[in-house]
Design a protein. Structure first.
Length: 268
């Protein structure tokens, strides 16, 4: 089985080596800042936050991993104060467990229950967002989305490909308010962690599904675009569940899809 979830949620406590790139964001920032733009605490914090965030989202730091705070700060070449700020922000994003005061940082483990919760929220939220977005997408916006799909085709499962995939889905939410966009982006990122942990780096059907969604947007077929996006999200969830526990049901996800299908069929 390719899914590398830790069975007990504990990995490498106390002996974890920070991968080399974790320190590199800090180093690059330092190199660029010397003598020109003075190094500020906020720049350092932003760079450290982004690097640690990416390490968690790309599962470079494995789900369930426990890391000694002092060791992490030292290996990231940053201070304890900066690390506290970074951890605080990541706890807020749900990417680090709330500290227990024992000097250890825990990366949230993955679970099938959480996966189903996550995708139930995503399906409902993304359906609502694209339903409100299709009417406000002009031809220029659709062209930009088409550019993102070409970028995915060119770059596949690389960081550039993932970035384009993220921007494509962001573009399908521009018709809703900032809070919903922010929450849905966060859910997308969390979902990505499940995909990468499963070793599922590229959707076999993804490109065709994305193009079908975009065609429906181009032609203003609001209901069709919504249905296709719901299916795109749900199929990913079912594929991940099947990889981990074949035959397992996902009642909340199934109920959400059934309810939304009825609604968006009748609101053409
Ligand atoms: Zn997608």
């Amino acid at each position: 089985m390719s899914w590398a979830w830790p069975s007990d949620g504990l990995l490498g406590y106390g002996v974890w080596e920070v991968p080399e790139p974790l320190a590199s964001a800090q180093m690059n920032l330092d190199q660029g800042g010397i003598g020109e733009s003075p190094r500020s605490a906020s720049n350092v914090t932003i760079a450290a936050h982004e690097r640690l965030r990416q390490a968690i989202l790309t599962v470079e730091l494995a789900p369930g991993l426990r890391i000694d705070e002092d060791a992490l700060a030292a290996q990231m070449d940053t201070t304890a104060e900066v690390l506290i700020e970074v951890v605080h922000a990541l706890v807020h994003e749900g990417l680090v467990m709330p500290p227990a005061g024992d000097g250890v940082i825990t990366i949230p483990p993955l679970s099938l229950d959480d996966l189903v919760e996550l995708y139930t929220l995503r399906v409902v939220g993304e359906a609502d967002a694209i339903w409100n977005t299709v009417p406000v997408l002009d031809p220029a916006a659709c062209d930009r989305l088409a550019d993102e799909l070409r970028c995915i085709d060119r770059n596949g499962a690389s960081a550039a490909g993932h970035g384009a995939h993220r921007r494509f889905h962001q573009g399908l939410r521009v018709g809703v308010g900032e809070r919903r966009q922010r929450e849905l982006s966060q859910l997308f990122d969390h979902a990505q962690r499940y995909s990468l942990a499963a070793g599922r780096r590229k959707l076999a059907k993804g490109p065709a599904e994305h193009r079908a969604i975009l065609r429906a947007c181009f032609s203003g077929e609001r209901s069709l675009a919504t249905q296709l996006l719901m299916r795109h999200c749900a199929d990913t969830a079912y594929e991940l569940i099947e990889l981990q526990e074949p035959g397992r049901r996902a009642p909340s996800l199934e109920a959400a899809i059934e309810l939304l299908s009825e609604r968006f069929d009748t609101l053409v």
